[in-house]
Write a protein that binds this ligand. Structure first.
Ligand SMILES: Cc1cc2nc3c(=O)[nH]c(=O)nc-3n(C[C@H](O)[C@H](O)[C@H](O)COP(=O)(O)OP(=O)(O)OC[C@H]3O[C@@H](n4cnc5c(N)ncnc54)[C@H](O)[C@@H]3O)c2cc1C
Length: 383
């Protein structure tokens, strides 16, 4: 079954029913594409194919406008697709997260022709993109970033360094933040640019993290030329683009994470029948609280509302739930989880290690608390 603009399901219940049928019809192919235990290159190839399968059948085109490769309808319909995919035992690929994190900012801030050219490539899996925000010394304090962009004719010329750029080694493009104002211009002097990863002058060095994956990269940029037509939003207006992206990363991406955590809690209950009820209950409570909070965020995003700083709540609860769940798994699944290399043990071990990162990426937990205290609760700041 392939959806078209005329046949998109009208309600959430319709999506669940029709996508359930599609999942059943495609189960063999889905199992192949979601099989664990492959290396990075193979994983990303499989993820691109999964993304393409879901794009070609129309499911992840839901909620994007037709001129950007979508089928129209509400974004919440797409969120339900991810949930159903996960409930059926297929973990949402990284590319889904990237699509939700970077896609809305491209739709909103890229010049219309650029958005129409680029976004369908991301949604269909023909490209993968990375996010070039953090720098040595500019993570939590993102507004202090130093990577510089200088105008030269029709181009920006970029020099500087980015770090912790996830999966840059397999990315076709990078959404980059660069300083176009004076060195001390803070958040007012930053511009967002779309950089092709095969541009001369990019020296990319993978960094291995504690789970053994070379997820991160350092990017050394030496006179990298980006056409001015690749500017997203206003010159000097990159902070607004960054805030849109971070709101998506803390909001819509948390929805995907909770669908997956629910599936992992079910796995844990099956594999650790002696899990103390109090632990199981606490994990259930945290994940379901996140689900309810995140449901509200996804509906607000779907209605096109400005959700301001509220996704900081989602992000904080997400990392709390994730750390609790996988610490419980590590404690109650036995020593195999620590030492064995079968895919199940390795999967739990990886999930535990990655859960430690959940309170860092997208803005550390302390920063989320700071945002909640200052911008939402309006508590007096320190002097
Ligand atoms: C898995 C993962 C994936 C990532 N992917 C990307 C990516 O694709 N692209 C990208 O650009 N970045 C990425 N990052 C980087 C991430 O955004 C930064 O690590 C994060 O913003 C924290 O910055 P930092 O590492 O420089 O730590 P720092 O900012 O140096 O913070 C160190 C510690 O100090 C605390 N701290 C700092 N300032 C304050 C304050 N004002 N008040 C209280 N506490 C404070 C922090 O909370 C933290 O605990 C990723 C990180 C991880 C873990």
């Amino acid at each position: 079954m392939t959806l078209t603009a005329d046949t998109i399901p009208g309600t959430i219940a319709d999506v669940r029913e029709q996508f359930g049928v599609w999942l059943h019809e495609n189960s063999d192919r889905l199992r192949e594409l979601c099989a664990p235990g492959q290396d990075v290159a193979a994983t990303f190839t499989a993820q691109r194919e999964l993304q393409k399968l879901l794009f070609d059948s129309g499911w992840i085109r839901l909620g994007w406008p037709a001129e950007l490769g979508g089928l129209g309808g509400e974004m919440v319909l797409r969120a339900v697709v991810v949930e159903e995919l996960c409930s059926a035992g297929y973990p949402p690929p990284f590319s889904f997260g990237t699509q939700e994190v970077l896609g809305p900012a491209i739709a909103r801030y890229a010049p219309p022709e650029l958005a129409a050219d680029l976004l369908p490539r991301l949604l269909s899996g023909s490209e993968y993109w990375c996010q070039g925000f953090s720098e040595p010394g500019a993570g939590s304090d993102l507004a202090s970033l130093r990577c510089k962009a200088v105008e030269d004719g029709d181009d920006w010329v970029i020099s500087g360094e980015k770090v912790w750029t996830s999966w840059a080694q397999v990315a076709d493009r990078c959404l980059l933040l660069a300083r176009t104002g004076e060195p001390n211009s803070g958040s007012r002097g930053i511009t967002a640019l779309m950089m092709d990863m095969d541009t001369p002058g990019i020296d990319l060095r993978p960094l291995v993290s504690m789970n053994g994956d070379a997820e991160f990269c350092s990017l050394y940029l030496d006179d990298v030329r980006i056409p001015r037509s690749r500017t997203l939003g206003e010159i000097g207006g990159g902070w607004a683009v960054a805030m849109t992206i971070l709101a998506s990363e803390r909001g819509a991406a948390a929805w995907q994470r909770q669908t997956w955590m629910r599936a992992r809690l079910h796995d844990l209950l099956k594999q650790a029948p002696d899990l103390p009820p109090a632990v199981a209950g606490e994990a259930f409570e945290l994940i379901h609280a996140l689900r309810l909070l995140s449901r509200r965020t996804v509906h607000a995003l779907s209605r096109g509302e400005d959700i301001g700083a509220t996704p900081s709540f989602d992000k904080l609860l997400m990392s709390t739930a994730e750390k609790f769940l996988f610490a419980a798994a590590l404690e109650h699944l036995g020593s195999a989880t620590l030492f064995d290399d079968d895919p199940t043990s390795a999967g739990w071990r990886n999930d535990y290690l990655y859960s430690r990162a959940s309170s860092i990426y997208g803005g550390a937990a302390e920063i989320q608390r700071d945002i909640i205290a200052g911008r939402i609760l309006r508590l007096p700041g320190r002097r």
